[in-house]
Write a protein that binds this ligand. Sequence first.
Ligand SMILES: [Zn+2]
Length: 611
Amino acid sequence: MRLPERRFALALCATLLGCNRASTPASAGPAPFTSANPFASASPLLYQAPPFDRIHDADYQPAIEEGMRRQLAEVAAIASDTAAPGFDNTIVPLERSGALLTRASKVFIAMTQANTDDTLQRVQTEEAPRLAAHLDAILMNDSLFRRVRSIYERRADLGLDSVQGFLVERYYRDFVRAGALLAEADKARLRALNQEESKLATAFQNRLLAATKAGAVVVGDKSELDGLGDAEIAAAAEAARERKLDGKWLLPLQNTTQQPAQASLKNRALRQRLFIASTTRTERGDSNDTRDIVKRLAQLRAQRAQLLGYPSVAAFVLDDRMAKTPEAAIKLLSDLVPAATARAAREAEKLQAKINAQRGGFKLAPWDWQYYAEQVRKAEYALDESQLMPYFELDRVLKDGVFFAANRLYGLTFKQRTDLPVYHPDVRVFEVFDADGTSLALWYCDYFKRDNKGGGAWEDAFVDGSGLLGTKPVVFNVANFTKPAPGQPALLRFDDVKTMFHEFGHALHAMLTRVEYPRLTGTQDQASPHVRPGIRHHRVRSRRPARHGMAQPAGGPAATGYRGLRVPGAQAVRRGRARGAAALPHDLLLPHLERRVLRRLLRVLVERGAR
Ligand SMILES: [Zn+2]
């Protein structure tokens, strides 16, 4: 769900829920909030872009604390209104509430995920349970819920338009799913569960980050790296230097179980080391071990689901999603099992045959899979991934690929804004213009892997576009591509190229949809506040079939997209804009970018590169 975007702080908890250490002692408390705080008023920069040149670590906590205080006061005023509850005196002011909290927390959450440090982790640890309590204080406020419920029950008679009607239903569901209908004793239990969860989730996030950093594989002998390209070896040497391991090479862990280098490393022992480092990163019995946390989180969530009247967490979560029931979701997956396992078995035979043909003398292991799959690919399709990489220089992919596609599909153009401040030198900002030259949005990209960045790739916003609030989207993409050695070009793997397109598709969605109400921004209107994972993270991209599966086939005539290609997604986006609807299904256009447009774009890139 798009946590941070919820005006309503639903957001906060959920993401922060993902946060930290239960036993950390509370600090003396944040510095006082003053008008000098960079979050004190809306940023004067274009589209309220975060003033990163003025934001310091010490600014977040006072702004979040004051933001919660102000939102509770706003909510109390709404709840105690003596006028009969209506859309305009209840839902609209709730949508407007929490401006300071949203402003500060969206940037804060983005930084804890993409550019964290000890101070931010401490603040996250302290604020996660407070934010969980803040959320509970709003969603379990009886007089507020009575108003929301009254509006919900009379929604058909209130002259609401379809978006307002949808918003009212969404609000009612948010309250109910957060425990608004429970008896007082059960509410107290729920609050306690939420407190514990918020602490554990923070701890999980920070331990995972530390474990991933600690799990990086150090190589002392360059010959072990045989099979990697020169640029990759240079990047590994640079990564080692950054950790003061001069003269060695470092293979940082990516988010996924399988590590990309395993596809090229000829040294089987190193492939194995890398695989083991990856798969056991959080189960070594050290201070980064997450197993106890995971177990306890599962218990807490199961208890919460039961409190709320569901037999399981899966039933609770899916009740608010398209699949509706665990049975439906499990059937979707288990129907795939026979074909998928048969296929995997056939592939394993092929890989083993390759090993045998090379007189390897060993049985295929998980760390061999990618390496021999690559060999088979070369043999059968004459496709050598390492030879593709020189065509995928990051800037070329971005400008001649991603921007090019966005221009052909939607007429968008992009202008880099070096005058806007960024939070790290690797970050770039672009202003995005519509086909008629109207300025639409700001888009930031932060592509290179860092030790203080969570794994995977994602999209989110510093500022959501909202008609009600008069804001335009300020969105960003974050990824973990290998950073090149100084002076070297950033060459991407084919998977990275797909990731760039994929995440940019989310950014397009955020930039092109017109949404009136903040609660309806984002791609996951159906998500619930207390169910992690936060924003559109693709920590393991393949694990999100349910969300990607939300895409509905676009009805009506398909629009003409890139070079005469038929792209239904384009039409859907335009229709979404035209009627100002919020709920453009997640990933509607991404499959097209990935499968069809991408194939042709690759050809363009390769052709241009060849000239
Ligand atoms: Zn996605």
